[in-house]
Design a protein around this ligand. Structure first.
Ligand code: HEC
Length: 94
């Protein structure tokens, strides 16, 4: 298991995110990296490192289209090191 996968498990990310494209409470991580994500305000953003970082640190700053703020991804106490590991892990989920 990579450290990113371990961090996702530790913080309960998999309760809401699948890695195989299946529907879950939140968007799947499969194919997320590099994708154009439609946001709730009608804009589009490329899912690069900066976007992933913000999505994890400030879950409600850029809300994915179709999700209500009350559907709520919680702010989780992810360390800087875990954050980088999570991003590296999400990148592998093509
Ligand atoms: C309680 C459910 C829940 C948990 C737990 C959760 N998330 Fe989320 N996550 C969501 C929802 C709902 C969205 C979509 C709304 C939004 O943009 O915040 C989301 C969005 C995201 C996105 C942007 C996805 C996209 O398609 O653009 C990333 C990246 C993400 N979460 C990472 C994480 C990580 C990493 C963890 C664990 C540290 C985590 N999430 C834990 C519910 C959750």
């Amino acid at each position: 298991m990579t450290s990113g996968e371990a961090a996702a498990q530790r913080h309960g990310c998999f309760a809401c995110h699948s890695v195989d494209g299946s529907i879950s409470w939140g968007p799947t991580w499969k194919g997320l990296y590099g994708k154009e994500v439609s946001l709730g305000d009608g804009s589009q953003v490329r899912a690069d490192d900066a976007y992933l970082r913000e999505s994890i640190r400030e879950p409600n700053a850029q809300l994915v289209a179709g999700y209500h703020p009350a559907s709520m991804m919680p702010r989780l106490p992810v360390s800087d090191q875990e954050l980088e590991a999570l991003i590296a892990y999400i990148k592998t989920l093509r």
